[in-house]
Design a binder for this molecule. Structure first.
Ligand code: PMP
Ligand code: GLU
Length: 397
């Protein structure tokens, strides 16, 4: 008998990646599927970044890199954080990894002991809970539904804290909701956290540049908690570089060292060529980031206005990222022919198989009764997808 470990058996597969794969398979079999499941920019990586990667190959950046990344990249990241957030991290506090995903998992594995509690506001990105499980930590979910714009309050946070709490994992702009915490809202959370010096704040700021509010506060900008904030970011979303696999943590030095130790035994430094591309991204002209941000904002307006025209969908107005998280509970219990829609999984399957639009069940983000749509696609495909969804939902009785 081949054994699979309990650790892996206990883990759920990534629902976002699974749904995207299913949609790609259906497309390969000739079905015209619109994929609103996976969250990644549809833009190509800007040319000046691609050129830097080509130069890196020609200049023989083909050897192992230092485990935490090239010092030149870590300096470029520190300079970028200083310029965008107005806070200083030493390059030694930056550890570059294979995407923000590994950066997050590194920090969790490097800081969480079995039984430690990690507070996660939900809905939350699919991988957080599984990463905490991997570290044998205990997730404490703090739910915030659409009626509170998917944002937790200071009171909810205080109530969730116990003597076992070791981490709070925040994500703003949020995947899967697009909600963005204002500085005042974050300050209220900080006012709670400042009373608990043993809690690490892990702040996933990967959508930081895809923000429509005109204002942004990194968690690292609050002096009361500054020495125990870990910021996660990377090039995947801001520079349309999901496949290059470069992310980082900016952390207190002992955590950066622990993460480096883990990474040194596990994956070594990230791809040398991708690192040189990321360095060019951070040091080069930043207009591409703004251009893509504007495109996402326009698409947000489009998808929200179309969603509002669909009877039975309840939507808010997301302020960042590229996701819409409509409430769909009203369709549960309905049917079309022999098909009964009992939950979000049934509904997303129905939309995939009948409307040929791939979405993700809200249950994968710890909030059943919703679905997630990624609108990082063209205006035409957004229009067509929403037309199909409207038609398919209208057929349910
Ligand atoms: N955090 C969030 C909230 C995300 O949506 C993603 C995208 N999958 C990641 C982290 C990981 O990004 P990457 O590994 O591509 O840098
Ligand atoms: N963050 C993206 C998403 O939520 C990419 C897929 C993943 O890594 O889970 O769809």
């Amino acid at each position: 008998m081949l054994q699979i470990s309990q650790r892996i058996n206990a883990m759920a597969a990534s629902a976002t990646l699974a749904m995207s794969q299913r949609s790609n398979e259906l497309r390969a079999s000739g079905v015209d599927v619109i994929n609103l499941s996976v969250g990644e920019p549809d833009f190509n990586t800007p040319d000046f970044i691609k050129e830097a990667a080509k130069r890196a190959i020609d200049n023989n950046f083909s050897f192992y890199s230092p485990v935490p990344g090239y010092m030149s990249l870590r300096k470029a990241i520190a300079a970028n954080i200083e310029a965008t957030e107005g806070v200083t991290f030493a390059p030694e506090q930056i550890v570059v990894s294979n995407g923000a995903k590994q950066a997050l998992c590194n920090v969790i594995l490097a800081t969480i002991n079995p039984g430690d509690e990690v507070i996660i506001p939900t809905p939350a990105w699919v991988s957080y809970v599984e990463m905490v499980k991997l570290a044998e930590g205990v997730t404490v979910e703090v739910p915030a539904a659409i009626d509170q714009d998917f944002k937790i309050t200071a009171g909810q946070l205080r109530e969730a804290i116990t003597p076992h709490t070791r981490m709070v994992l925040l994500c703003s702009p949020s995947n899967p909701t697009g909600s963005v915490y204002s500085r005042d809202e974050l300050q209220a959370l900080v006012d709670v956290l400042k009373d608990y010096p043993d809690i690490l704040i892990l702040s996933d700021e990967i959508y930081r540049h895809i923000n429509f509010t005109g204002a942004y506060s990194s968690m690292a900008t609050f002096p009361e908690i500054r020495d125990r904030v870990v910021v996660i970011n990377g090039v995947s979303k801001a520079y349309a570089m999901t496949g290059w696999r470069i992310g980082f943590c900016a952390a207190p030095l002992p955590i950066a060292k622990a993460v480096t130790k883990l990474q040194g035994q596990y994956t070594s430094g990230a791809s040398s060529i991708a690192q040189k591309a990321a360095e060019a991204a951070y040091l080069g002209p930043q207009q591409c980031v703004e251009d893509m941000r504007e495109a996402f904002e326009r698409r947000r307006d489009l998808v929200v206005s179309l969603a509002k025209e669909i009877p039975g969908l309840k939507v808010n107005e997301p302020q960042g990222a590229f996701y819409l998280f409509p409430e769909v509970g009203g369709f549960f219990g309905k049917r079309v022919g022999d098909r009964v829609i009992n939950n979000g999984s049934d509904l997303t399957m129905y939309l995939l198989e009948e409307a040929h639009v791939a979405t993700v069940d809200g249950a994968a983000f710890c909030l059943p009764g919703y679905i997630r749509l990624s609108y990082a696609t063209s205006d035409d495909l957004i229009r067509e997808a929403m037309r199909r969804i409207k038609e398919a939902l209208a057929a349910l009785h």
